[in-house]
Design a binder for this molecule. Structure first.
Ligand code: SF4
Ligand code: SF4
Length: 108
């Protein structure tokens, strides 16, 4: 998948661009405070192309990060995408296992 294809998955809801507080024990909670660069009307970042220079803490999501970060919003399109991919992979694995367990057909 190209970077453009990966980025196209994001539905640009802006929900991940709100400040978060670390409550300890691995629990991160969102506040009502948007990042200063978030246009809350459109949900878009006003500095997207240069965000890493301007806000070094702003991260670029990757598949690995989506799998490991536990603070992405529940409805995040990347979270839904990864869950869908995992579900498809699990169904395929179960199907392969079922086919391996099926007795070979006898030729007459
Ligand atoms: S810099 Fe832009 S992408 Fe990063 S958190 Fe702020 S609004 Fe979101
Ligand atoms: S929560 Fe997910 S879908 Fe919404 S803007 Fe953030 S990365 Fe994109």
């Amino acid at each position: 998948m190209t970077r453009e294809e990966w980025e196209a998955i994001c539905d640009k809801c802006g929900k991940c661009c709100y400040e978060k507080v670390d409550l300890g024990c691995g629990e991160i909670r969102y506040t009502d405070e948007p990042c200063q660069h978030l246009d809350t009307r459109t949900g878009l970042c006003k500095i997207y192309e240069n965000r890493h220079e301007i806000e070094p803490d702003c991260i670029s999501l990757t598949e690995e990060l989506v799998r490991t970060l536990h603070w992405l919003p529940e409805g995040c399109a990347y979270v839904r995408y990864i869950r869908f991919q995992d579900t498809v992979a699990a169904i395929r694995a179960a199907e392969r296992k079922r086919q391996r367990g099926r007795p070979a057909r006898r030729n007459r």
